[in-house]
Design a protein around this ligand. Structure first.
Ligand SMILES: C[S@@+](CC[C@H](N)C(=O)[O-])C[C@H]1O[C@@H](n2cnc3c(N)ncnc32)[C@H](O)[C@@H]1O
Length: 219
């Protein structure tokens, strides 16, 4: 089945004060060249408290993030995405649910992770990333070994990394990468994803394409 055309959906831009509350924009050049000079990406700086921080890498329209934030008010939820309209939709959802434990960052998460302190997140999710296979496009792959190492670094001891995809071949490639890295123990694997419904999960599963899931614990 052809991959989805992500950018084709309608969403109104949120009011400026709502955007200002929920969304931070990071300059990729600043992040790359001067990661120490940007506003630190921590619970303290983004939420003004020290609650444990959960990351959603490529949060899209934020269905998972917002549902989890409603269920776990004692945790902070931070979504990363570079697609502006998806972040608008996530912002509207968080605002409608009157959530103050959600923030969103418009950025390439591969650049943002190195700017986070080690051990600053309790859990990291990467749900239904676009798989990349072509050799001339590997730099676009959302989960190269360098990003996997950053995920492991930002996780607190024994923190969890959840990787879910609809794509069988991509799943096997990333499972091999994660297992061979020695950075995680893969302690759980299931075909059906029980952790919350994302837009892409619903799309694939209603077409009888199952979700493949890895739950990986930081060594
Ligand atoms: C296929 S969508 C999945 C969205 C959501 N996780 C879901 O399950 O519905 C992948 C998302 O990741 C975002 N994305 C991909 N690579 C990214 C990167 N390097 N930095 C930030 N966002 C990225 C895309 O903009 C898109 O919103």
């Amino acid at each position: 089945m052809a991959r989805l055309k992500l950018k084709r959906f309608r969403v109104k831009p949120p009011a400026p004060e709502v955007l200002a509350h929920y969304v931070r924009v990071y300059d990729p050049r600043e992040l790359y060249h001067h990661p120490d000079s940007v506003l630190p990406i921590t619970s303290e700086s983004l939420f003004g408290n020290d609650h444990p921080l959960v990351l959603d890498l490529g949060c899209g329209r934020g269905e998972f993030l917002v549902a989890q934030a409603e269920d776990h008010r004692d945790l902070n939820f931070l979504g990363f995405d570079w697609h502006v309209k998806s972040l608008w939709a996530a912002t509207q959802a968080a605002h409608q649910a009157e959530l103050d434990n959600v923030r969103l960052i418009q950025v390439d998460f591969r650049l943002a992770l190195p700017a986070m302190p080690a051990g600053s997140a309790c859990e990291v999710f990467m749900l239904f990333p676009q798989p990349v296979f072509q050799h001339n496009r590997t730099s676009e792959d959302p989960l190269l070994e360098s990003t996997l190492r950053q995920v492991q670094r930002v996780l607190a001891p024994e923190g969890w990394f959840h990787f879910v995809t609809d794509h069988a071949e991509y799943f096997e490639i990333k499972r091999a990468l994660i297992e061979q890295s020695g950075l995680f123990t893969v302690s759980n694997e299931s075909q059906a994803y029980e952790g919350g419904i994302t837009w892409f999960q619903r799309f694939w599963e209603t077409r009888q394409i199952e979700s493949r899931r890895l739950a990986c614990r930081k060594v």
